[in-house]
Design a binder for this molecule. Structure first.
Ligand SMILES: Cc1ncc(COP(=O)(O)O)c(C=O)c1O
Length: 463
Protein backbone atom coordinates (compact mmCIF):
# COMPACT_ATOMS: atom_id res chain seq x y z
CA UNK A 1 0.00 0.00 0.00
CA UNK A 2 1.33 3.40 -0.99
CA UNK A 3 2.25 5.74 1.88
CA UNK A 4 2.07 9.45 1.16
CA UNK A 5 4.82 11.63 2.49
CA UNK A 6 2.53 14.37 3.75
CA UNK A 7 2.45 17.23 3.89
CA UNK A 8 4.03 17.16 0.47
CA UNK A 9 6.17 19.99 -0.88
CA UNK A 10 3.30 22.13 -2.16
CA UNK A 11 1.24 21.66 1.01
CA UNK A 12 4.23 22.55 3.18
CA UNK A 13 4.83 25.73 1.23
CA UNK A 14 1.21 26.73 1.59
CA UNK A 15 1.09 25.85 5.29
CA UNK A 16 4.05 28.09 5.88
CA UNK A 17 2.39 30.95 4.01
CA UNK A 18 -1.05 30.74 5.63
CA UNK A 19 -0.41 29.66 9.17
CA UNK A 20 0.13 33.17 10.45
CA UNK A 21 -3.18 34.34 8.99
CA UNK A 22 -5.63 31.68 10.08
CA UNK A 23 -6.92 31.68 13.63
CA UNK A 24 -6.49 28.29 15.22
CA UNK A 25 -4.40 26.61 12.52
CA UNK A 26 -1.61 24.69 14.19
CA UNK A 27 1.96 25.62 13.58
CA UNK A 28 2.82 22.58 11.51
CA UNK A 29 6.52 23.24 11.29
CA UNK A 30 6.93 23.57 15.02
CA UNK A 31 4.91 20.38 15.55
CA UNK A 32 6.93 18.52 12.94
CA UNK A 33 10.25 19.64 14.42
CA UNK A 34 9.13 18.70 17.90
CA UNK A 35 8.03 15.27 16.68
CA UNK A 36 11.38 14.77 14.88
CA UNK A 37 13.28 15.77 18.00
CA UNK A 38 11.44 13.10 19.95
CA UNK A 39 11.91 10.51 17.19
CA UNK A 40 8.19 10.44 16.43
CA UNK A 41 6.24 10.55 13.18
CA UNK A 42 5.32 14.10 12.21
CA UNK A 43 1.60 14.80 12.31
CA UNK A 44 -0.07 13.84 9.04
CA UNK A 45 -1.39 16.92 7.33
CA UNK A 46 -2.47 18.01 3.92
CA UNK A 47 -4.16 20.91 2.26
CA UNK A 48 -7.01 20.31 -0.13
CA UNK A 49 -6.27 21.19 -3.74
CA UNK A 50 -9.50 19.92 -5.29
CA UNK A 51 -12.47 17.67 -4.60
CA UNK A 52 -14.52 15.43 -6.83
CA UNK A 53 -17.24 12.88 -6.07
CA UNK A 54 -16.02 10.41 -3.44
CA UNK A 55 -12.50 11.86 -3.41
CA UNK A 56 -10.42 14.79 -2.31
CA UNK A 57 -6.97 15.63 -3.65
CA UNK A 58 -4.28 17.56 -1.82
CA UNK A 59 -2.10 20.29 -3.26
CA UNK A 60 0.50 17.66 -4.12
CA UNK A 61 -2.01 15.60 -6.10
CA UNK A 62 -2.45 12.78 -3.56
CA UNK A 63 -5.89 11.16 -3.66
CA UNK A 64 -8.00 10.39 -0.58
CA UNK A 65 -11.27 8.48 -0.20
CA UNK A 66 -13.43 11.05 1.52
CA UNK A 67 -15.12 9.91 4.74
CA UNK A 68 -15.19 13.48 5.99
CA UNK A 69 -17.54 14.91 3.34
CA UNK A 70 -17.11 18.50 4.47
CA UNK A 71 -18.23 17.54 7.99
CA UNK A 72 -21.10 15.44 6.55
CA UNK A 73 -22.32 18.21 4.27
CA UNK A 74 -21.82 16.63 0.83
CA UNK A 75 -24.67 14.13 0.60
CA UNK A 76 -24.27 13.44 -3.12
CA UNK A 77 -20.50 13.69 -3.37
CA UNK A 78 -17.99 16.50 -3.50
CA UNK A 79 -18.57 19.34 -5.95
CA UNK A 80 -21.68 17.70 -7.38
CA UNK A 81 -21.95 19.17 -10.90
CA UNK A 82 -25.77 19.18 -10.99
CA UNK A 83 -25.95 21.20 -7.80
CA UNK A 84 -23.24 23.56 -9.00
CA UNK A 85 -25.27 24.13 -12.16
CA UNK A 86 -28.47 24.83 -10.21
CA UNK A 87 -26.64 27.24 -7.90
CA UNK A 88 -24.98 28.99 -10.86
CA UNK A 89 -28.38 29.40 -12.54
CA UNK A 90 -29.81 30.92 -9.35
CA UNK A 91 -26.89 33.33 -9.11
CA UNK A 92 -27.31 34.32 -12.72
CA UNK A 93 -31.02 34.87 -12.34
CA UNK A 94 -31.25 36.44 -8.88
CA UNK A 95 -27.79 37.44 -7.75
CA UNK A 96 -28.59 38.04 -4.14
CA UNK A 97 -32.02 39.33 -3.35
CA UNK A 98 -33.83 38.93 -0.08
CA UNK A 99 -37.24 38.26 -1.66
CA UNK A 100 -37.40 35.45 -4.18
CA UNK A 101 -39.70 32.50 -4.88
CA UNK A 102 -37.23 29.67 -4.17
CA UNK A 103 -37.77 29.93 -0.39
CA UNK A 104 -41.47 29.06 -0.72
CA UNK A 105 -40.66 26.30 -3.17
CA UNK A 106 -38.12 24.72 -0.85
CA UNK A 107 -40.30 25.20 2.25
CA UNK A 108 -43.15 23.37 0.50
CA UNK A 109 -40.87 20.50 -0.62
CA UNK A 110 -39.36 20.06 2.84
CA UNK A 111 -42.76 20.30 4.58
CA UNK A 112 -43.94 17.39 2.42
CA UNK A 113 -41.17 15.14 3.77
CA UNK A 114 -41.37 16.10 7.46
CA UNK A 115 -42.67 13.38 9.81
CA UNK A 116 -46.40 12.95 9.11
CA UNK A 117 -46.12 16.10 6.99
CA UNK A 118 -46.92 17.91 10.23
CA UNK A 119 -44.17 20.53 10.21
CA UNK A 120 -45.52 23.06 7.79
CA UNK A 121 -43.89 26.34 8.83
CA UNK A 122 -40.36 27.16 7.74
CA UNK A 123 -37.82 29.69 8.85
CA UNK A 124 -34.54 30.03 6.97
CA UNK A 125 -31.06 30.41 8.44
CA UNK A 126 -27.53 30.28 7.06
CA UNK A 127 -25.95 27.67 9.32
CA UNK A 128 -26.93 24.79 11.55
CA UNK A 129 -25.77 26.87 14.49
CA UNK A 130 -28.21 29.65 13.70
CA UNK A 131 -30.97 27.13 13.08
CA UNK A 132 -30.48 25.41 16.46
CA UNK A 133 -30.60 28.79 18.18
CA UNK A 134 -33.66 29.82 16.15
CA UNK A 135 -35.51 26.67 17.22
CA UNK A 136 -34.79 27.42 20.86
CA UNK A 137 -35.87 31.04 20.59
CA UNK A 138 -39.12 29.95 18.90
CA UNK A 139 -39.76 27.51 21.75
CA UNK A 140 -39.05 30.08 24.49
CA UNK A 141 -41.34 32.63 22.86
CA UNK A 142 -44.14 30.22 22.02
CA UNK A 143 -44.27 28.68 25.47
CA UNK A 144 -43.46 31.97 27.15
CA UNK A 145 -41.02 30.16 29.43
CA UNK A 146 -37.32 30.85 30.03
CA UNK A 147 -35.61 27.43 30.18
CA UNK A 148 -34.57 24.68 27.79
CA UNK A 149 -33.28 21.17 28.45
CA UNK A 150 -30.35 19.85 26.41
CA UNK A 151 -27.93 16.96 26.76
CA UNK A 152 -24.42 15.92 27.64
CA UNK A 153 -22.18 15.26 24.60
CA UNK A 154 -24.48 17.43 22.49
CA UNK A 155 -23.14 19.74 19.82
CA UNK A 156 -25.40 22.45 18.44
CA UNK A 157 -22.77 24.84 17.08
CA UNK A 158 -19.95 27.10 18.13
CA UNK A 159 -21.59 30.51 18.46
CA UNK A 160 -21.98 31.98 21.91
CA UNK A 161 -25.60 30.81 22.19
CA UNK A 162 -25.03 27.37 20.65
CA UNK A 163 -22.00 26.78 22.87
CA UNK A 164 -24.19 27.24 25.92
CA UNK A 165 -26.67 24.70 24.51
CA UNK A 166 -23.89 22.20 23.73
CA UNK A 167 -21.97 20.06 26.20
CA UNK A 168 -19.33 18.38 24.11
CA UNK A 169 -15.98 19.46 25.53
CA UNK A 170 -15.09 21.65 28.47
CA UNK A 171 -12.69 23.84 26.47
CA UNK A 172 -15.70 25.18 24.57
CA UNK A 173 -17.13 26.45 27.87
CA UNK A 174 -14.19 28.39 29.20
CA UNK A 175 -15.38 31.79 30.45
CA UNK A 176 -18.90 31.01 29.27
CA UNK A 177 -20.02 29.64 32.61
CA UNK A 178 -22.18 32.68 33.34
CA UNK A 179 -23.81 32.65 29.90
CA UNK A 180 -25.61 29.35 30.11
CA UNK A 181 -28.28 30.62 32.46
CA UNK A 182 -31.28 29.25 30.57
CA UNK A 183 -29.89 25.83 29.75
CA UNK A 184 -30.35 22.73 31.88
CA UNK A 185 -28.07 19.86 30.85
CA UNK A 186 -29.02 16.26 31.51
CA UNK A 187 -27.21 13.00 30.58
CA UNK A 188 -27.44 11.40 27.13
CA UNK A 189 -27.45 7.59 27.05
CA UNK A 190 -24.19 6.60 25.37
CA UNK A 191 -22.51 3.33 26.10
CA UNK A 192 -19.43 4.77 27.76
CA UNK A 193 -21.47 6.68 30.30
CA UNK A 194 -23.40 3.65 31.54
CA UNK A 195 -22.68 2.68 35.13
CA UNK A 196 -21.53 -0.94 35.50
CA UNK A 197 -24.35 -3.48 35.13
CA UNK A 198 -26.83 -0.84 33.98
CA UNK A 199 -28.44 -1.54 30.61
CA UNK A 200 -29.02 1.27 28.08
CA UNK A 201 -32.79 0.93 28.68
CA UNK A 202 -32.31 1.28 32.43
CA UNK A 203 -30.14 4.32 31.85
CA UNK A 204 -32.87 5.88 29.71
CA UNK A 205 -35.30 5.33 32.61
CA UNK A 206 -32.82 6.92 34.97
CA UNK A 207 -32.52 10.00 32.73
CA UNK A 208 -36.31 10.33 32.57
CA UNK A 209 -36.42 10.04 36.37
CA UNK A 210 -33.62 12.60 36.64
CA UNK A 211 -35.56 15.12 34.54
CA UNK A 212 -38.93 14.50 36.18
CA UNK A 213 -37.91 14.11 39.77
CA UNK A 214 -34.62 15.93 40.15
CA UNK A 215 -34.82 18.74 37.59
CA UNK A 216 -38.54 19.45 37.84
CA UNK A 217 -38.68 18.64 41.55
CA UNK A 218 -35.59 20.43 42.79
CA UNK A 219 -34.04 22.65 40.09
CA UNK A 220 -36.74 24.33 38.02
CA UNK A 221 -40.51 23.91 37.96
CA UNK A 222 -41.82 22.10 34.87
CA UNK A 223 -43.81 25.14 33.80
CA UNK A 224 -40.63 27.22 33.54
CA UNK A 225 -39.25 24.87 30.87
CA UNK A 226 -40.15 25.49 27.22
CA UNK A 227 -38.86 22.28 25.71
CA UNK A 228 -36.17 19.72 25.06
CA UNK A 229 -33.44 20.20 22.47
CA UNK A 230 -32.51 16.68 21.37
CA UNK A 231 -29.98 15.22 19.00
CA UNK A 232 -31.96 12.07 18.12
CA UNK A 233 -28.62 10.43 17.41
CA UNK A 234 -25.36 11.91 18.62
CA UNK A 235 -23.39 13.29 15.73
CA UNK A 236 -20.28 15.23 16.76
CA UNK A 237 -20.47 13.49 20.12
CA UNK A 238 -19.25 10.30 18.39
CA UNK A 239 -21.88 8.75 16.05
CA UNK A 240 -23.91 7.15 18.85
CA UNK A 241 -27.45 5.79 18.49
CA UNK A 242 -29.48 5.78 21.72
CA UNK A 243 -32.20 3.19 22.42
CA UNK A 244 -35.42 4.00 20.51
CA UNK A 245 -37.19 4.29 23.84
CA UNK A 246 -35.18 7.44 24.60
CA UNK A 247 -36.98 9.74 22.16
CA UNK A 248 -40.28 7.96 22.87
CA UNK A 249 -40.04 8.59 26.61
CA UNK A 250 -38.88 12.17 26.07
CA UNK A 251 -41.92 12.73 23.84
CA UNK A 252 -44.20 11.49 26.63
CA UNK A 253 -42.47 13.80 29.07
CA UNK A 254 -42.97 16.72 26.67
CA UNK A 255 -46.67 15.92 26.27
CA UNK A 256 -47.15 15.60 30.01
CA UNK A 257 -45.44 18.93 30.75
CA UNK A 258 -46.52 20.92 27.71
CA UNK A 259 -42.94 21.15 26.39
CA UNK A 260 -41.82 21.27 22.76
CA UNK A 261 -39.60 18.51 21.43
CA UNK A 262 -36.95 19.96 19.10
CA UNK A 263 -35.03 17.44 17.00
CA UNK A 264 -31.67 18.83 15.93
CA UNK A 265 -31.07 16.96 12.67
CA UNK A 266 -28.38 19.26 11.29
CA UNK A 267 -25.98 16.36 10.79
CA UNK A 268 -28.19 13.27 11.04
CA UNK A 269 -31.12 14.60 8.98
CA UNK A 270 -31.90 14.14 5.31
CA UNK A 271 -30.72 10.59 4.99
CA UNK A 272 -27.50 10.26 6.99
CA UNK A 273 -29.06 7.52 9.15
CA UNK A 274 -30.82 5.69 6.31
CA UNK A 275 -34.16 7.39 6.95
CA UNK A 276 -35.12 10.91 6.00
CA UNK A 277 -34.99 12.00 9.66
CA UNK A 278 -33.13 10.24 12.46
CA UNK A 279 -36.05 10.69 14.83
CA UNK A 280 -38.16 8.52 12.52
CA UNK A 281 -36.23 5.47 13.77
CA UNK A 282 -38.17 5.83 17.03
CA UNK A 283 -41.49 6.76 15.42
CA UNK A 284 -41.59 9.99 17.42
CA UNK A 285 -43.20 13.20 16.20
CA UNK A 286 -41.07 16.28 16.88
CA UNK A 287 -42.55 19.79 17.14
CA UNK A 288 -39.57 21.43 15.44
CA UNK A 289 -36.87 20.03 13.16
CA UNK A 290 -33.49 21.73 12.84
CA UNK A 291 -32.03 21.21 9.36
CA UNK A 292 -28.62 22.10 7.89
CA UNK A 293 -25.62 20.48 6.17
CA UNK A 294 -27.25 18.10 3.64
CA UNK A 295 -29.77 20.74 2.55
CA UNK A 296 -26.81 22.68 1.11
CA UNK A 297 -25.91 19.86 -1.29
CA UNK A 298 -22.37 20.61 -0.14
CA UNK A 299 -22.29 23.69 -2.33
CA UNK A 300 -24.12 26.67 -0.87
CA UNK A 301 -24.80 27.52 2.79
CA UNK A 302 -28.39 27.07 3.83
CA UNK A 303 -30.27 25.90 6.91
CA UNK A 304 -33.80 25.96 8.18
CA UNK A 305 -36.18 25.04 10.93
CA UNK A 306 -39.53 23.42 10.26
CA UNK A 307 -42.22 23.63 12.93
CA UNK A 308 -45.86 22.93 13.57
CA UNK A 309 -48.48 25.50 12.71
CA UNK A 310 -49.14 25.82 16.45
CA UNK A 311 -45.53 26.55 17.36
CA UNK A 312 -44.55 28.74 14.44
CA UNK A 313 -47.72 29.93 12.71
CA UNK A 314 -48.09 33.15 14.62
CA UNK A 315 -44.92 33.13 16.68
CA UNK A 316 -43.28 36.52 16.84
CA UNK A 317 -39.83 35.20 17.80
CA UNK A 318 -37.37 36.61 15.31
CA UNK A 319 -34.51 34.68 13.73
CA UNK A 320 -32.64 34.54 10.46
CA UNK A 321 -30.20 36.99 8.95
CA UNK A 322 -29.65 38.89 5.72
CA UNK A 323 -28.30 35.97 3.71
CA UNK A 324 -30.53 33.28 5.24
CA UNK A 325 -32.42 31.30 2.63
CA UNK A 326 -30.52 32.96 -0.22
CA UNK A 327 -31.58 32.15 -3.80
CA UNK A 328 -28.46 30.08 -4.38
CA UNK A 329 -28.84 28.29 -1.03
CA UNK A 330 -32.44 27.39 -1.79
CA UNK A 331 -31.54 26.30 -5.33
CA UNK A 332 -28.93 23.97 -3.82
CA UNK A 333 -31.55 22.51 -1.47
CA UNK A 334 -34.11 22.03 -4.23
CA UNK A 335 -31.64 20.29 -6.55
CA UNK A 336 -30.40 18.10 -3.71
CA UNK A 337 -33.93 16.92 -2.94
CA UNK A 338 -34.57 16.31 -6.64
CA UNK A 339 -31.47 14.10 -6.84
CA UNK A 340 -32.51 12.27 -3.65
CA UNK A 341 -35.87 11.42 -5.19
CA UNK A 342 -34.59 10.54 -8.65
CA UNK A 343 -31.71 8.36 -7.43
CA UNK A 344 -33.38 6.90 -4.31
CA UNK A 345 -30.43 8.23 -2.36
CA UNK A 346 -31.77 7.49 1.12
CA UNK A 347 -32.66 3.87 0.37
CA UNK A 348 -29.20 3.47 -1.17
CA UNK A 349 -27.58 4.99 1.94
CA UNK A 350 -29.51 2.60 4.20
CA UNK A 351 -28.33 -0.41 2.18
CA UNK A 352 -24.72 0.84 1.97
CA UNK A 353 -24.79 1.50 5.71
CA UNK A 354 -25.73 -2.13 6.38
CA UNK A 355 -22.86 -3.39 4.24
CA UNK A 356 -20.46 -0.94 5.87
CA UNK A 357 -21.44 -1.97 9.39
CA UNK A 358 -21.09 -5.66 8.55
CA UNK A 359 -17.46 -5.14 7.55
CA UNK A 360 -16.80 -2.73 10.43
CA UNK A 361 -18.14 -5.20 13.01
CA UNK A 362 -15.27 -7.53 12.10
CA UNK A 363 -12.85 -4.85 13.34
CA UNK A 364 -13.82 -5.68 16.92
CA UNK A 365 -12.58 -9.25 16.54
CA UNK A 366 -9.66 -8.52 14.21
CA UNK A 367 -8.31 -5.64 16.31
CA UNK A 368 -9.73 -6.35 19.80
CA UNK A 369 -7.11 -4.36 21.67
CA UNK A 370 -7.56 -1.28 19.47
CA UNK A 371 -11.15 -1.10 18.27
CA UNK A 372 -14.34 -1.41 20.28
CA UNK A 373 -17.95 -0.35 20.15
CA UNK A 374 -18.24 -0.32 16.39
CA UNK A 375 -21.54 1.36 15.71
CA UNK A 376 -23.67 2.70 12.93
CA UNK A 377 -27.13 3.62 11.81
CA UNK A 378 -27.27 4.11 8.08
CA UNK A 379 -24.08 5.99 7.21
CA UNK A 380 -23.64 7.55 10.66
CA UNK A 381 -20.65 5.33 11.42
CA UNK A 382 -18.17 5.25 14.27
CA UNK A 383 -15.84 3.15 16.40
CA UNK A 384 -14.09 3.72 19.71
CA UNK A 385 -10.29 3.50 19.69
CA UNK A 386 -8.42 2.13 22.70
CA UNK A 387 -4.91 2.78 23.98
CA UNK A 388 -2.50 0.06 25.05
CA UNK A 389 -4.16 -0.08 28.49
CA UNK A 390 -7.52 -0.73 26.84
CA UNK A 391 -8.91 2.72 27.62
CA UNK A 392 -10.70 4.93 25.05
CA UNK A 393 -8.02 7.30 23.80
CA UNK A 394 -8.23 10.56 21.88
CA UNK A 395 -4.52 10.34 21.01
CA UNK A 396 -4.72 6.78 19.66
CA UNK A 397 -7.83 7.68 17.64
CA UNK A 398 -5.91 10.64 16.20
CA UNK A 399 -3.03 8.28 15.36
CA UNK A 400 -5.43 6.03 13.44
CA UNK A 401 -6.70 9.09 11.62
CA UNK A 402 -3.13 10.13 10.76
CA UNK A 403 -2.13 6.69 9.48
CA UNK A 404 -5.32 6.44 7.41
CA UNK A 405 -4.62 9.85 5.93
CA UNK A 406 -1.06 8.81 5.02
CA UNK A 407 -2.50 5.87 3.09
CA UNK A 408 -5.31 7.74 1.34
CA UNK A 409 -8.45 7.75 3.51
CA UNK A 410 -9.71 10.95 5.07
CA UNK A 411 -11.59 10.07 8.28
CA UNK A 412 -12.74 12.15 11.22
CA UNK A 413 -11.37 12.35 14.72
CA UNK A 414 -11.97 15.62 16.49
CA UNK A 415 -12.01 15.78 20.26
CA UNK A 416 -13.35 12.31 20.97
CA UNK A 417 -11.79 8.89 21.49
CA UNK A 418 -13.48 7.62 18.34
CA UNK A 419 -13.11 7.68 14.63
CA UNK A 420 -16.14 8.76 12.66
CA UNK A 421 -16.96 8.05 9.05
CA UNK A 422 -19.36 10.14 7.00
CA UNK A 423 -19.21 8.88 3.41
CA UNK A 424 -21.37 10.64 0.85
CA UNK A 425 -24.81 9.04 0.88
CA UNK A 426 -24.22 7.87 -2.69
CA UNK A 427 -20.61 6.68 -2.30
CA UNK A 428 -19.96 3.66 -4.52
CA UNK A 429 -19.47 0.34 -2.78
CA UNK A 430 -16.10 0.02 -4.48
CA UNK A 431 -14.85 3.31 -3.03
CA UNK A 432 -16.20 2.46 0.41
CA UNK A 433 -14.36 -0.87 0.33
CA UNK A 434 -11.17 0.80 -0.85
CA UNK A 435 -11.38 3.27 2.05
CA UNK A 436 -12.07 0.50 4.56
CA UNK A 437 -9.02 -1.47 3.35
CA UNK A 438 -6.90 1.62 4.05
CA UNK A 439 -8.44 2.11 7.51
CA UNK A 440 -7.75 -1.54 8.33
CA UNK A 441 -4.10 -1.07 7.33
CA UNK A 442 -3.99 1.97 9.65
CA UNK A 443 -5.32 -0.24 12.47
CA UNK A 444 -2.59 -2.80 11.74
CA UNK A 445 0.13 -0.14 11.88
CA UNK A 446 -1.12 1.54 15.07
CA UNK A 447 -1.61 -1.87 16.76
CA UNK A 448 2.08 -2.76 16.47
CA UNK A 449 3.89 -2.94 19.80
CA UNK A 450 6.58 -0.51 18.69
CA UNK A 451 4.21 2.06 17.18
CA UNK A 452 4.87 5.49 18.61
CA UNK A 453 2.10 8.04 18.57
CA UNK A 454 3.20 11.36 17.09
CA UNK A 455 3.98 13.96 19.69
CA UNK A 456 0.81 15.90 19.17
CA UNK A 457 -1.21 14.82 16.18
CA UNK A 458 -4.06 17.24 16.71
CA UNK A 459 -3.51 19.66 13.90
CA UNK A 460 -4.52 18.46 10.53
CA UNK A 461 -5.95 19.48 7.21
CA UNK A 462 -7.57 22.70 6.33
CA UNK A 463 -10.83 22.69 8.28
C1 LIG B 1 -26.36 18.48 15.61
C2 LIG B 1 -25.70 19.72 15.12
N1 LIG B 1 -26.31 20.90 15.32
C3 LIG B 1 -25.75 22.05 14.89
C4 LIG B 1 -24.55 22.06 14.25
C5 LIG B 1 -23.93 23.35 13.77
O1 LIG B 1 -24.03 23.43 12.39
P1 LIG B 1 -23.11 24.44 11.56
O2 LIG B 1 -21.70 24.01 11.79
O3 LIG B 1 -23.57 24.29 10.14
O4 LIG B 1 -23.37 25.80 12.06
C6 LIG B 1 -23.88 20.86 14.03
C7 LIG B 1 -22.57 20.83 13.35
O5 LIG B 1 -21.89 19.85 13.27
C8 LIG B 1 -24.47 19.64 14.46
O6 LIG B 1 -23.87 18.46 14.30
Amino acid sequence: MMIYDIPGKESQKEFKRIQKFIHGLGDYHKEAEEAKRKGHNPPAQMLVGKTQGDFIYDLDGNEYVDFHSGWASNPVGNANPEIIEAVTDAFTKYGFTYHHPLQEELAEKVAAITPNQALTRASFEISGTEAAEAAVSVALRYKNRPLIISFSHAFHGDSLGAKTLSAITIDRKINLEAWRGGVIHVPYPITYDLPIDVTPEQYVDYIIWYIEEFICGMVAPADSIAGILLEPMLAEGGSWTPPVSFAQKLRKLCDKNDWLLISDEVLVGLGRTGKTWAIEHSGVQPDILVIGKNITGGIMPNAMIMGTEAAMGSNSARSGSTFAGSPAGCAAGLKTLEIYERDHVIAYAAALGEKALKRMKKWETEFPSLVSNVRGTGLLLGATILDKEGKPSVETAAAVQNEALRRGAYIINDTESSIRLYPALNMTEEHLDRGFTIIEEAFRVVSKDDYVISSWPRYFTTQ
